[in-house]
Design a protein around this ligand. Sequence first.
Ligand code: HEC
Length: 104
Amino acid sequence: MRNLLITALCLVVALPGVAQTVSPKPSRLGLCAACHGETGVAVMPGAPNLAGQRLDYLRAALKHYRDGSRDVPVMRAAIGPLSDAELDAVARWYSVQIPAAAKL
Ligand code: HEC
């Protein structure tokens, strides 16, 4: 009985961390979180949710903002200071987040 209790307690403590361990939180996430939220659920009106979006789609979108073929000044400015590796890290992070239910 005591072991069962300890096992249950360990599960409760460990579970909230599971999503975080899939991919480490990128160091530059704060630059994006102001609009897209830490978990990819947008906190600014007009900013899209990114949670659960396909990794290749996110990567392509970031590339298009960077080279100007998708000409959105706010996104160009936001990704300007990030290296390719840092952009890849935030794209990976957002792709493994759990999407929010639509608010209609
Ligand atoms: C000031 C607010 C703001 C910040 C900061 C910001 N974004 Fe955005 N982001 C937007 C807006 C607004 C759009 C929609 C632009 C458009 O119409 O193409 C967007 C679009 C995107 C898209 C395309 C989504 C899609 O469905 O096509 C990606 C990917 C993205 N942002 C990633 C990031 C990342 C990564 C960062 C951090 C480096 C970041 N954004 C920072 C406002 C922001």
